[in-house]
Design a protein around this ligand. Sequence first.
Ligand SMILES: Cc1cc2nc3c(=O)[nH]c(=O)nc-3n(C[C@H](O)[C@H](O)[C@H](O)COP(=O)(O)O)c2cc1C
Length: 192
Amino acid sequence: MHKQLLGPSITFFPQPTTLVSTIDATGKINIMTASWVAMVSKTPPTLAVSLHHLRQSYANIREQGEFVVNVVPADLVLAADYCGLRSGKEIDKLAVTGLTTVRATKVAAPLIAECPLNLECRLTLEVPLGDYRLLLAEVVEVQATASAIDAHGDLSANSFDPLVYLGGIREYWSLGEKRATAYKDGLQLEKP
Ligand SMILES: Cc1cc2nc3c(=O)[nH]c(=O)nc-3n(C[C@H](O)[C@H](O)[C@H](O)COP(=O)(O)O)c2cc1C
């Protein structure tokens, strides 16, 4: 297959679209869009989030050591994009987007009510990466909206409809159809 060189770049997809919610010492809540987010370990569950050091959200996390990663559904695409364009230093993004918060169980930062999957995180390690800071955080609680859980107790991708970000080409997409079950269907290749 013929390939074209793109050079070193941040082109990489798909990525999740998340909103990181934080709180400062005065109790002021901020939310920001982050796609450089990944689950990177299992025991304990550990999330990696990379934030530019000038983000208000980074300042809040450094101060409080806690945050919530909220996975964004596709119908919140405009709110998610807005929260990636404006800083909490100047704007109350909750007021502009109309998003609402509810208390988390284990951390002071709140959940975003309209996001069906919320991971409560406690900062464990920070790694400087140029202008960015790679934050490793233990996931101390996960909450899911009850209506996004199907009859088998599984998070239903259809009702959840997570928003996908294509890094490098700056586009948001929805998921397509389910294609297979992971850790299982690949074994079909071993069948005679
Ligand atoms: C789709 C999208 C993804 C983004 N992902 C990140 C990210 O992973 N890390 C980061 O530092 N900034 C990211 N940004 C930029 C921040 O969301 C943006 O600078 C925001 O205004 C920071 O807000 P704050 O200063 O209130 O924390 C992203 C923006 C968009 C639109």
